[in-house]
Every structure is written in structure tokens, then in C-alpha cells.
Design a protein around this ligand. Structure first.
Ligand code: ADE
Length: 250
């Protein structure tokens, strides 16, 4: 997969793509990430990329000429039809479903803003989708672009290695992940749950699904409401709630 990032800080992107799973994916050629800096598309001696907003107010807006020139240069390197994504707090939420969709594509353009962001006309003429990584405001789109790159790259076959790629993901089921433990069996007086120490696979799967459902219900009731529960999960939630009720009154 080929990803291009339009950014005023290419070094942020390159630095983050060196270590770990992502670094290896880039090294092995499974993911190719290029950057295009709008500052290289300025014409004045000061290499100006921003200007004051029409209508007044604080903050600066990214000038359309260097931004569109940088976007066009990056797009020219990508396979035809690659979606052009602008990272902004005004975007639609980035989800695992969107990560999956992007991971099947041959190319993707990510545009990171700074200051108050892009001139709206650039969004109208050059951007297919505006995407937000969460309900908070970042000082720039670079970290958001990196979040998208990370979530997408790990879904590309081979990036995580064959053994891990087949593993069911927590969000595939619309649920949060269950708790994980490793040795030692007792740590600071806390013990690994008995069921995980026995080798009873069905019991372990049942315990894990129940933990996942309970956590999702407690921490993210919006996910339970939105997606409904996967097969077998509703009765495990009932069981958890009954036990909880019992503890409260017992
Ligand atoms: N740029 C600034 N805030 C952002 C957010 N929440 N998501 C994506 N890009 C952003």
C-alpha cells in the first residue's frame, strides 16, 4: 500500500515510522509512506504557508496555493482513485471499520493541517473525506495521520506476521478487549484468574467473552447500544449483571 502525507512537518511522520511493527512494514516494502511539504511549493522569499482569516479573529489559515500544489504533487505519485483524506476535528469519526476499508486500497492521501486548518475551497476541490480521530483538538493533523497509518498498516496482510493476523480483533465483534495476563501467576498479591490456568478452551472462551461484554457495558454503553451484541453475548451480560446485583445486595 502506498500512503502519501501532505504535511509541514515531514520529519514527524518519518521519525514515527522507524521503530516497531510499522518500521518493519516500511522496511519490507509492505507499506510505502511518502511526504509532501507545502513549504516547498511557496513562491515568496519567506516561504509563507499561512495567512490571516477573512472575517477576522485569532489564528491563521493555510494558504490555498501551496496546499493545492502539494496535494497535487502527492496525488500524482499515488495510484489513480486513491481517496484524499483531510484530518480535522470537524471530520467523521475514524473507526476500525474505516481502517479496514482503507487497508484494502492500493493508495491513500492524508492531508495534515496546522493552525486553523485548510481554506474551505481546498477541502471542496481536493478532499474526498474529512476524518477526525476523536473529540479533542490537536495542534496539527500529523498525529492524527499517524494514528490512521498505524491502524491501517497493521491490517495489511503480512504486517503483523501470519500468526497474529488471523487473531480475532476486539473491535471486530464491536466489543472491547478482555483482560490479559502473563507470568508470574501471582504478582503483588494479585492472582491470575483460575479459569485461565486450566486448559479448558471452551471455559476460557466463555470467560473472555463475558469479560469483554461486561467491560463494554460498563465503559462503553454506546457500543452496546449501537452494534447490538454478538452471538451468545447477551446471555453472558445477563449473567454478569445478575452476579453484580447479587454482590450489591449480598
Ligand atoms: N486535527 C486537529 N484535531 C484533530 C482531530 N481531533 N482529528 C484529526 N485531525 C485533527
Amino acid at each position: 500500500m502506498h500512503i502519501e502525507v501532505v504535511t509541514l512537518f515531514p520529519e514527524m511522520i518519518h521519525a514515527a515510522l522507524k521503530p516497531g511493527v510499522l518500521g518493519r512494514a516500511v522496511e519490507r516494502g509492505l507499506v510505502r509512506v511518502g511526504c509532501e511539504d507545502p513549504r516547498g511549493h511557496t513562491q515568496d522569499v519567506h516561504r509563507t504557508v499561512d495567512d490571516r482569516p477573512y472575517g477576522g479573529g485569532p489564528g491563521m489559515v493555510l494558504k490555498p496555493e501551496p496546499m493545492t500544489a502539494a496535494i497535487d504533487a502527492a496525488v500524482a505519485r499515488l495510484p489513480a482513485g486513491s481517496p484524499r483524506v483531510y484530518l480535522s476535528a470537524q471530520g467523521v469519526p475514524f473507526t476500525q471499520a474505516l481502517a479496514k476499508e482503507f487497508s484494502t486500497l492500493p493508495g491513500l492521501l492524508l492531508v495534515a493541517g496546522r493552525y486553523e486548518g485548510l481554506d474551505e475551497r481546498v477541502i471542496e476541490s481536493r478532499i474526498d473525506r474529512e476524518v477526525s480521530i476523536g473529540d479533542y483538538v490537536l495542534s496539527g493533523g500529523e498525529f492524527a495521520a499517524l494514528v490512521v497509518i498505524d491502524a491501517v498498516a497493521r491490517l495489511i496482510p503480512g504486517v503483523l506476521g501470519d500468526d497474529r493476523s488471523a487473531v480475532e480483533e476486539s473491535f471486530d465483534s464491536g466489543l472491547l478487549d478482555w483482560p490479559h495476563y502473563t507470568r508470574p501467576v501471582e504478582f503483588e498479591g494479585r492472582k491470575v484468574p483460575d479459569v485461565l490456568q486450566g486448559g479448558h478452551h471452551a471455559d476460557i472462551q466463555r470467560w473472555r467473552l463475558k469479560q469483554a461484554v461486561a467491560r463494554t457495558w460498563l465503559r462503553r454503553p454506546d457500543l452496546v447500544a449501537k452494534g447490538g451484541l454478538p452471538a451468545g453475548a447477551a446471555e453472558l451480560l445477563e449473567e454478569f449483571l445478575a452476579e453484580r446485583e447479587g454482590e450489591e445486595h449480598g
